[in-house]
Design a protein. Structure first.
Length: 284
């Protein structure tokens, strides 16, 4: 095989004798060496009239799901204009989820299930409050925030379901809808962590000796949640070239995990503090 003067599309699996062998020395390899370590390659023959090239190929894997790396390798071909391309991968063994990779497989039924569960949670609490009909009480006011939190979670799951349903059809989802779903999930987290766990302490006028405490607690929680939102957006829209499958394998995922654990601990502490200080039996 003589690669000189030709343009290739090459793919490498994450096996040790393919991408794992040449990843650190990619810039030092010749075209022939890149061809030898490739799992699959094909020469690019663009149309002389339109300059367009399209092809379809099947990739087989048997042991486990793998990472696949693709690269255009120019071995001296004359390129007269910048190269633009798009790649689409489908796993036909996954049925209607053929567009999904290993890290996102199963998200459609998961989003649909939790959307229904959160909606039923909000509707059930609202129906119970309506049937009670004893007028507004301290417990009812706190349940309002629970309904809002469950509603935001239901809307967030519904938006993610919309995004993934579109992605399953065309291979391209709705990024704006996905971002809005992340914001809804964070809003539900704010409502649950701040207003439900701490109760009305953050909303009522503070006493003179505790005037700065609610603002300090609210500021700390708001900063932590804001950083959590930033990390989740970064994880969704900015991807590295590493072989990390799960969300919490990356540095942003580790920050999200630590912040979520901190928010859970703070919510438990605030809930216990509110429970100890509450005097109304209906609220306790």
């Amino acid at each position: 095989l003589h690669p000189q003067g030709r343009l290739f599309l090459m793919s490498y699996s994450d096996e040790r004798n393919h991408w794992g062998r040449i990843r650190e020395f990619w810039d030092e390899l010749t075209c022939l060496e890149r061809l030898q370590y490739a799992s699959w390659f094909i020469e690019v023959y663009p149309s002389k009239s339109k300059g367009v090239w399209a092809m379809e190929n099947k990739i087989y894997q048997s042991l486990r799901p793998r990472f696949w790396y693709f690269a255009f390798v120019n071995c001296g071909a004359r390129i007269e204009q910048p190269l633009t391309y798009s790649l689409r991968f489908r796993n036909k063994n996954q049925g209607y989820q053929a567009e999904f990779g290993t890290d996102t497989y199963g998200t459609i039924p998961l989003d649909a299930s939790f959307s229904v569960l959160f909606f039923l949670s909000a509707a059930t609490s609202w129906f119970a409050m309506t049937r009670r009909g004893n007028g507004p009480s301290a417990a009812a006011k706190l349940l309002v925030f629970l309904q809002l939190s469950a509603s935001c979670s239901a809307v967030g799951c519904g938006l993610r379901l919309w995004h993934h349903a579109v992605f399953a059809q065309a291979g391209i989802g709705l990024k704006q809808v996905q971002l809005l779903a992340t914001l809804c999930a964070c809003a539900a987290k704010v409502l649950f962590t701040v207003f439900i766990a701490k109760g009305w302490v953050l909303l009522l006028p503070p006493a003179d000796d505790e005037r700065g405490q609610p603002m300090a607690i609210f500021g700390a929680l708001f900063s932590a949640i804001s950083l959590d939102v930033a990390c989740e957006v970064h994880e969704q829209y900015f991807h590295s070239h590493s072989t990390e499958v799960r969300l919490y394998d990356s540095w942003t995922g580790e920050i999200i995990l630590i912040l979520n654990l901190g928010l859970l601990a703070s919510a438990c502490w605030l809930m216990w503090e509110t429970y100890c200080c509450e005097t109304l039996p209906s609220v306790r």
